[in-house]
Write a protein that binds this ligand. Structure first.
Ligand code: MF3
Ligand code: CO
Ligand code: CO
Length: 275
């Protein structure tokens, strides 16, 4: 049985510092995204922006991962490897930034729109963002680990989407991935009955698909895609459990460009001047 560690106040301060760097880098990524750039351009920016802080991009060389950030476009569920692919109008892209600072990890991701999203692209992106928000809302000391997945699954499936099962959220601290495994669906795994305690630190990072939840991993051994080729979106935060709720350590001081500032559908269509 793997035990879930309770972080000290000092540990949480270290994870918070790394998390705030990751959050700031992600905000800046949102400002650079536009049609015509490549995913390698994003990698170059994340690498530079991380090392200039005296920090390290955690993905680089992690179990052989060749780049400093994961970039997952359209049907790519997670762990997309930056390369020469050019982003075009209508793409969606998840950018997953993990920063190591003074020995502590902070992990956060978001899905962005490139140009104008289709209704489907907007739907899956908004469902993934809201499912993370709902999951964060159930976290507090005394809640059960599976309450997180239940909140995500109930909402996402009611919205006609599916929840990826092949990848989980994870404890984090002085290592990238540690106990517990945070399922994003209602898990019957006995360890998911565990009660959350103040000082536990982990990520929640639901991957939400428009079609099947099943994924395939490409020959590069990293890139995970939806089995049916339909769109997938993801948001991720690193959080610490408290007695009354949780603190989002990767909280952003302002909304992200694109997916968090895109006008509501009613505004775009001009349906109502009052919104
Ligand atoms: N950031 C991912 C996560 O949320 C892990 C990426 S591992 C890598 O857990 F090697 F692909 F970078
Ligand atoms: Co993570
Ligand atoms: Co991540």
């Amino acid at each position: 049985m793997t035990n879930v560690s309770i972080k000290t106040v000092k540990d949480v301060a270290g994870i918070r510092a790394a998390s705030q760097m990751a959050a700031d880098t992600l905000l800046k990524v949102g400002e650079m995204l536009r049609p015509g750039i490549t995913t390698e351009d994003i990698d170059g920016f994340v690498h530079e922006d991380t090392v200039r802080r005296g920090a390290i991009p955690a993905p680089l060389n992690y179990h052989g991962f060749p780049k400093s950030v994961c970039t997952s476009v359209n049907e790519v569920v997670c762990h997309g490897i930056p390369g020469p692919r050019v982003l075009v109008d209508g793409d969606i892209i998840n950018v997953d930034v993990t920063t190591i600072f003074e020995g502590f990890y902070g992990d956060t991701s978001a899905t962005f729109f490139i140009g104008k999203p289709s209704d489907e692209a907007r739907h899956v992106t908004e469902v993934s963002r809201k499912s993370l928000d709902l999951a964060i809302g159930v976290v507090r000391e005394g809640a059960r680990l599976y309450d997180i997945g239940a909140a995500i699954q109930d909402y996402a499936e009611a919205e006609g989407c599916s929840v990826v099962r092949a990848f989980v959220g994870h404890g984090i601290g002085r290592v990238f991935h540690e106990a517990p495994q945070v399922y994003h669906y209602r898990s019957s795994e006995p360890r998911s009955r565990m009660r959350l305690k103040a000082g536990m630190v982990f990520t929640i990072e639901p991957m939400i698909n428009l079609g099947t939840y099943e994924v395939e991993v490409l020959a590069d051994k990293w890139t995970a895609i939806t089995a049916d080729g339909k769109l997938s979106a993801q948001f991720e935060h690193t959080i610490v459990v408290t007695k009354t709720g949780c603190e989002v350590l990767t909280r952003r001081p302002r909304p992200l460009m694109n997916s968090e500032t895109f006008p509501l559908a009613s505004v775009v269509s001009g349906a109502s001047a009052a919104v």
